[in-house]
Design a protein around this ligand. Structure first.
Ligand SMILES: [Zn+2]
Length: 91
């Protein structure tokens, strides 16, 4: 029957459209970059001693209590250590 072929044709058409939409959606999702997070951005960290923002790679680090603190200089790191000791004196 001609009608049977027509229905099959319609089903295939709908399927093709569905797959096409899916593929173009995937392509758009792959090319669209999330805003505010460019890949080449320098990750800045805040020096807790003086409040300056520095490049994480160049920062002086101090591991403390499971987390890492970043400082612009060793002086700041020393200040932070001293300040922390003073603060936790009562313990
Ligand atoms: Zn500093």
């Amino acid at each position: 029957m001609a009608l049977g072929w027509f229905i099959r044709f319609l089903v295939v058409l709908v399927l093709v459209r569905f797959v096409w939409k899916f593929l173009t959606g995937l392509a758009q999702g792959a090319t669209a970059r999330p805003r505010g997070a460019p890949e080449k951005a320098v990750s800045l960290v805040r020096d807790p001693a003086c409040g300056t923002y520095i490049d994480r790679k160049r920062a002086v680090t101090l591991g403390h209590g499971g987390e890492t603190h970043y400082f612009c200089s060793e002086d700041c790191r020393a200040d932070f250590k001293q300040g922390h000791r003073a603060a936790s004196k009562g313990v």
